[in-house]
Design a protein around this ligand. Structure first.
Ligand SMILES: [Zn+2]
Length: 271
């Protein structure tokens, strides 16, 4: 069963499987584990042949919808390296959205050459509360690349040295003006993004929402409608988790979301 909007996977043995994917955005805060989904956007077959095109085209609609629904909300958009391209950054700027985006050296040779060659590039070392030593390098107002020389971004690199001697390199572009004393600030934003992985995907797939389960495809839009319903249910759970003492007490007593949902289902059946 499939529709014109299904994603298609063609297998070597000649068979084809179909699926529906969505691009999700969630509100995250570094100090809170609850996340609030915003404007989930279905990825359509027409969005492109490659995964990157699909996500970029769905992202265009998502951001426009997000701004229409929340015209005054102050937001910092935190995304991975797929997002640090000129058309996307220009759209973020046009919609008055601040940003912290991953930027890999391999994808941004011009930019990293510029940072390395500019005398204003600064290096700062500091140790955070967890004892991790950060060697930062940053530059404000660097051109994203030769083709988009007018598009200036601020670049931050971080070599993280754990006490055990492991070194990991991270790099981002942002529109926050960087200085020696605010370099940990973008890190907090990025860490908050990792919450998305832990909280959203885990909750949707493993804690009883069965997001990956196929509840039905329908003839036209049923699967997309079901996806939106599931995200609404997830939103309500998250609001309760963040703001409702009764829910928090029930969750603590049940010890896990899965157990809580099972008990709720049993209670409503017996009622
Ligand atoms: Zn379909």
């Amino acid at each position: 069963m499939h529709c014109p909007q299904c994603g298609e996977k063609h297998h070597r043995n000649g068979t084809t499987t179909y699926d529906h994917q969505m691009l999700g955005a969630v509100l995250v805060h570094p100090d809170h584990s609850a996340v609030f989904p915003l404007a989930p956007e279905p990825i359509l077959e027409q969005d492109g042949a490659r995964k990157n095109d699909c996500e970029r085209n769905a992202a265009k609609r998502l951001l426009a919808d997000l701004r229409r629904a929340h015209p005054h909300l102050k937001l910092i958009v935190v995304e991975d390296g797929l997002a640090s391209n000129a058309p996307h950054i220009r759209q973020l700027q046009a919609l008055d959205l601040r940003f912290i985006l991953g930027a890999k050296q391999n994808d941004h040779a011009d930019l990293f050459d510029w940072v390395a060659a500019t005398p204003e590039t600064r290096e700062v070392e500091l140790t955070d509360a967890e004892g991790i030593r950060h060697r930062f390098r940053y530059l404000n107002g660097a051109p994203l690349n030769i083709a988009n020389f007018d598009l200036e971004v601020n670049v931050l690199e971080d070599w993280e040295h754990t006490p055990g001697g492991k070194v990991t390199h991270f790099s981002w572009v942002t529109d926050f003006t960087l200085n020696d004393s605010n370099l940990m600030l973008p890190m907090r934003g990025v860490r908050a993004r990792w919450t998305v992985e832990n909280e959203t995907f885990n909750a949707l797939e493993n804690q009883g929402d069965h997001f990956e389960h196929d509840f039905g495809h329908g003839n036209n839009n049923l699967s997309t409608v079901l996806m939106h319903l599931m995200m609404l249910a997830f939103l309500i759970d998250q609001i309760q988790q963040r703001g409702c003492r009764l829910f928090q007490a029930a969750l603590t007593a049940a010890q896990s979301k899965t157990r809580l949902w099972r008990k709720c289902a049993l209670a409503s059946t017996s009622a």
